[in-house]
Design a protein around this ligand. Structure first.
Ligand code: HSE
Length: 402
């Protein structure tokens, strides 16, 4: 019988307990032994909860119990989660987590501590919610040279963008819905400003490069500037707007970026809606593969934590290798990254825009927006685009095209 402690009885933590309860036999079969949740650490009490008796408030009870094989950290945030995880790993207790903020900030150090103490640090649920993407990259695709990863990595923003597009819903009301459904971060700025997708992109970039990509080095734009007018133009272009995390190999390293993109309707990511995430991975031999599933929410995210828990129980006393090191990655300057841009300016600036961007720009019209000149540029580098965009007298926004 393996004994496990869960840190944090919030959305994901209670989901972990629920998954182990509901799928008890399957979990045992997969782990090779029964798995018992011995402790749940939380500041709160949960009177009437079926697991009320397992709730403790003092982390040392867990740390000093020699029966504990695995700790699942589902508290989120940097502290005290970082200190708790580190203490466990230093004692040789394996840890799994859904805490992308912590993995993005301290993952390499925690993996190294785990290795030095013959235990493991796994974080499947930190990217793509329930989608088994990290295990796939670390096992099935480990022999592939990954050229590109393009993903919808944040459920909350995908939910908001879907509702804005399909139902013409307002931003604030849709964000509230995502919060009510348990998708959004405690501080939803992390979702809507793209920080959460940025951390997940950093984790993916680190795993495919085998080096450490700091989330602070990833150019990140969220969805707060995406408007109903943008969706009207996107419909006219037969395109969708999605917040994408991007990792793209080039001659000198990797481009990385998080940004809203326009995608052609036939692109497989264009039809990924609501809370779903999807990640397209291009391997040099394999070509494209795509992974799809619920990117946020209690049971889906918890299922990924439980998958790690099972792996850790089955590999007790061993270190499971994950390709996360502290060697700094060489990231390329995004200035030379080339694509098309969709640009909005005012009617009066049509001539000016053509002078700056060239006569070949393609005008986009929609009967839902008036008084604007909107157009799609030729292929142009990020740097050239920024230089030209700055010259426009009226800037009403732009979107990148995939
Ligand atoms: N707030 C995150 C999201 C939760 O919306 O994707 C899952 O990481």
């Amino acid at each position: 019988m393996a004994k496990v402690a869960v840190l944090g009885y919030g959305t994901v933590g209670s989901g972990v307990v629920h998954v182990v309860d509901v799928n008890k036999e399957l979990v045992a079969e997969s782990a090779g032994q029964d798995v018992e949740i011995k402790y749940i650490l939380d500041l709160r009490d949960f009177p009437g909860d079926p697991h009320e008796a397992q709730v403790v408030h003092d982390y040392d009870i867990i740390l000093n119990d020699p029966e504990i094989d695995v700790i699942c950290e589902t508290m989120g945030g940097l502290e005290p989660a970082y200190t708790f995880e580190k203490k466990a790993l230093m004692k040789g207790i394996s840890v799994c987590t859904s805490n992308k903020e912590l993995v993005a900030a301290h993952g390499p150090e925690l993996v190294a501590i785990a290795k030095a103490n013959n235990c493991s640090y796994l974080f499947e649920a930190s990217v793509g919610g329930g989608i088994p993407i990290l295990r796939t990259l670390n096992t099935s695709l480990r022999h592939e040279k990954i050229d590109q990863i393009t993903g919808i990595l944040n459920g909350t923003t995908n939910y908001i963008l879907t509702k804005m597009d399909k139902e013409k819903a307002g931003f604030a009301e849709t964000l509230k819905e995502a919060q009510d459904k348990g998708y959004a971060e405690r501080n939803p700025e992390a979702d809507i400003e793209g920080y959460d997708a940025c951390r997940k992109t950093a984790i993916l970039a680190s795993l495919v490069s085998g080096e450490y990509v700091s989330y602070e080095d990833i150019e990140t734009t969220g969805i707060t500037a995406v408007s109903q007018e943008d969706f009207a133009y996107a419909r006219a272009l037969n395109m969708s707007i999605k917040l994408l995390g991007m990792v793209k190999r080039n001659d000198t390293g990797f481009f990385t970026m998080v940004s809203p993109f326009l995608l052609p309707a036939e692109h497989p990511l264009a039809s990924v809606n609501e809370v779903f995430n999807a990640i397209v991975v291009h391997g040099n031999m394999l070509g494209n593969t795509m992974y799809y599933g619920k990117g946020a929410g209690k049971d889906a995210t918890a299922s990924a934590v439980v998958a790690d828990m099972i792996d850790l129980v089955a590999h007790k006393g061993q270190h499971i290798n994950v390709n996360l090191t502290d060697k700094p990655a060489s990231l390329s300057d995004n200035g030379s990254y080339v694509h098309r841009f969709f640009v909005r300016t005012s009617d009066e600036c049509a001539e000016e825009a053509r002078e700056i961007f060239g006569e070949s720009v393609e005008q986009v019209t929609t009967d839902e927006v008036f008084g604007e000149f909107a157009f799609v540029t030729d292929l142009i580098s990020e740097k050239d685009f920024r230089d030209k965009y700055e010259k426009l007298s009226v800037k009403k926004g732009f979107l990148r095209e995939l």
